[in-house]
Design a protein around this ligand. Structure first.
Ligand code: COA
Length: 221
């Protein structure tokens, strides 16, 4: 259940086009904060979000308070995801068709802690199941150093939230993505750690287990 007065609906294809401005604004606003610290522009974001309009398997769960868009959560088959997201899967010899990729979830502060993030996961997993191809859902999250001075006092990460949704962190399986942090002069590469969940209780592909250092499928610290 989402918060009172807030609706969450899945939008696809051309129906997303009129929402791109609002979605771009949300990404720039929410990702500017710790831990992403992303110094983004709405113009760039609106262009990037075209991916979700064009990719045939993509969907966006859109949270609205009345007419205003207050949150969004994106997903698409891994084969349609960005080259940066696909790269570690290809390097590990995995079949992209087995994986369904969750791009990002962004929700304005005032709407957090009311179940909307849980709903985003439910809707994206339901979409992956409806498409009927992937066996695993996966997403990646930025790694920041434990002693990063920019970490706000008392900041609580989302690891517990994701673990409660059944996702397992694979610290050795990572993507590299570039962006400019708010306090940086230009873009630098960032490391993002993958999390995975089996949709049908399958073990992760055996090829993966034979690649130590690529993906650790054991219990995580
Ligand atoms: C990720 C994000 C969308 C999560 O949104 P959220 O709506 O606050 O998450 P929820 O409210 O669904 O879940 C948070 C907790 O509240 C609980 N909750 C669920 N329903 C609730 C309700 N009706 N009232 C209060 N709490 C509730 C959930 O169970 C969950 O706890 P759990 O992990 O112990 O199970 C939000 O934190 C965000 O935008 N973060 C910044 C961007 C980011 O880092 N995105 C992720 C990487 S792309």
């Amino acid at each position: 259940m989402a918060a009172d007065g807030v609706t969450v609906a899945v939008e696809r294809g051309a129906a997303l086009a009129p929402l791109l401005g609002a979605l771009a604004r949300l990404r720039v606003t929410v990702f500017r904060a710790w831990p992403y610290l992303y110094d983004g522009s709405e113009a760039y974001e609106a262009d990037y979000l075209q991916t979700y309009v064009k990719a045939p398997g993509a969907a966006v769960a859109v949270a609205r308070d009345g007419a205003s868009v207050v949150g969004a959560s994106t997903c698409l088959p891994m084969a349609e995801a960005s080259a940066d997201a696909r790269a570690p899967f290809l390097a590990a010899g995995l079949s992209l068709a087995d994986f369904f990729y969750f791009g990002e979830s962004v929700l304005l502060d005032a709407y957090r802690g009311q179940g909307i993030g849980v709903r985003f996961f439910e809707l994206r997993e339901a979409h992956a199941l409806a498409l009927g191809q992937a066996r695993f859902c996966t997403f990646c999250a930025v790694q920041r150093a434990a002693d990063d001075p920019r970490r706000p006092p008392g900041a609580i990460g989302l690891d517990g939230f994701w673990a409660h949704r059944g996702y397992v962190k694979h610290p050795a399986f990572t993507a590299r993505m570039r962006w400019k942090d708010v306090d940086e002069a230009g873009e630098t590469p960032k490391t993002l750690t993958f999390w995975m969940k089996s949709l049908f209780g399958d073990a992760l592909p055996p090829g993966l287990l034979r690649r130590p250092g690529r993906l650790n499928t054991g219990p995580q610290p």
